[in-house]
Design a protein around this ligand. Structure first.
Ligand SMILES: [Zn+2]
Length: 152
């Protein structure tokens, strides 16, 4: 059973063990390109991991012979491209800095501590509504009301 570590795009677990359940040499590309189906050890969801090998042998054979770090460092096997890609923890570019900070803390805590993550997302929404509310007062466009802390 061949295993490698990567971040899971489904559950967000960092450096989780993926077990390769199928592999196939990509016929239309370089003969050293390998597509593998790998399963997350935490959430049991599958990913497509593309490896490039600089030596003969499938990724399962290479991973069983040598450790992942050794193979990557020595260039025998590339770090895999993973599909689907991992969720970005960056806020969109147009988000104001005060909201961006809360949003990025929420994403960062999503897998580690979802209570803290929920609090950060709530703060991001409150800051966005407050910003929108201040803009609305100036322009008289919407009637959004942001409850104060005393109102709950
Ligand atoms: Zn997972």
């Amino acid at each position: 059973m061949s295993v490698f570590k990567a971040d899971c795009p489904h559950c967000g677990t960092r450096s989780v063990a993926f077990t390769i359940s199928a592999e196939r040499q990509a016929p239309s590309r370089d003969y050293l390109a390998w597509d593998t189906l790998a399963i997350c050890g935490y959430c049991d969801r599958g990913i497509l991991a593309n490896f490039e090998a600089s030596t003969d042998g499938a990724p399962t054979e290479l991973l069983e012979k040598g450790g992942q770090e050794y193979l990557f460092e020595e260039g025998y096997l590339s770090e895999p491209e993973i599909y689907p890609s991992t969720m970005s923890d960056e806020a969109p570019g147009h988000v104001p800095d005060n909201i961006k900070r809360f949003y990025e803390q929420g994403v960062d805590n999503l897998q580690k501590n979802w209570d803290a993550s929920g609090g950060m997302f709530r703060k991001a929404l409150e800051a966005a509504l407050r910003t929108n509310s201040q803009m609305s007062r100036a322009t008289c466009i919407t009637g959004l009301k942001v409850p104060s802390k005393r109102e709950g």
